[in-house]
Write a protein that binds this ligand. Structure first.
Ligand SMILES: Nc1ncnc2c1ncn2[C@@H]1O[C@H](COP(=O)(O)OP(=O)(O)OP(=O)(O)O)[C@@H](O)[C@H]1O
Ligand SMILES: [Mg+2]
Length: 214
């Protein structure tokens, strides 16, 4: 089953960023996108994950052309089916980690998985205010918040960027297990070679083109 299908995407800001990018992601699969800083990886992720309409090309998620949907269908799609993990994490700062998870779980009609918090090593700090957590702990709360929604498709921008090697490995294991168990899809951007190597497919942004490496 195809979860994501992008066709001939092109985008420019002040100058052309990329041309004619096409990509497919199947259920149970993971894709890593690598490339130098400024090559357009985050921009591509935003386009694929419904946040930015490309200048040209189409994005189908679960068989629907997302940039042809009305706003309420798009909001519903994001809320129930997509998990978006970005370079800066969007946690409510005045709340505890747990309260952040509760908000996400209630909106998606899911429950909080305490096993997940243990696996991420944040069960002992989850009731502290977000402002009292380290960068890596906040990142893991963000990941827990996304996985608690049980999304069919996860987009992650540098998900292990702030983590030490052991914690990063645990996060990668969790993602991979989640994708297998739920037959979900994972598309991530990373500079971490270990993480990229664990994904089923790897693409590289090179001078405005997306090159499939395996
Ligand atoms: N909203 C925007 N308006 C104008 N230019 C932008 C915008 N967003 C990104 N850019 C430019 O597009 C280029 C690609 O940015 P992008 O964030 O996609 O790169 P990246 O590959 O994710 O880099 P990094 O690895 O550093 O995160 C950069 O030159 C950036 O300045
Ligand atoms: Mg980026």
């Amino acid at each position: 089953m195809i979860l994501l299908k992008a066709t001939n995407l092109s985008h420019r800001f002040d100058y052309p960023l990329f041309e004619n990018i096409s990509l497919e992601l199947h259920a149970g699969e993971s894709i890593a996108i690598v490339g130098v800083s400024g090559s357009g990886k985050s921009t591509l992720l935003h386009i694929l994950s419904s946040l930015l309409k490309p200048n040209r090309g189409e994005v189908e998620l679960f068989g629907r052309n997302i940039y042809a949907l009305d706003e309420s269908s798009l909001v519903s799609l994001r809320r129930h089916d997509l998990g978006l993990i970005y370079q800066s994490h969007y946690l409510f700062k005045g709340f505890s980690g747990y309260e952040n998870l509760e908000v996400a779980a209630i909106l998606a009609g899911e429950t909080i998985d305490t096993e997940l918090l243990k696996n991420l090593g944040i069960d002992n700090v989850i009731h502290q205010k977000v402002t009292e957590l380290s960068g890596g702990q906040q990142q893991r709360v963000s990941i827990a918040r996304i996985l608690s929604k049980k999304p069919r498709l996860i987009f992650a921008d540098e998900p292990t960027g702030n983590l030490d090697h052991a914690t990063a490995t645990e996060v990668i294991n969790l993602f991979m297990r989640y994708v297998q168990d739920h037959q979900a899809g994972l598309l991530l951007v990373t500079h971490d070679e270990t993480l990229a190597a664990r994904c089923d497919h790897r693409y590289k942004m090179v001078e405005g083109y997306l090159v499939k490496e395996h």
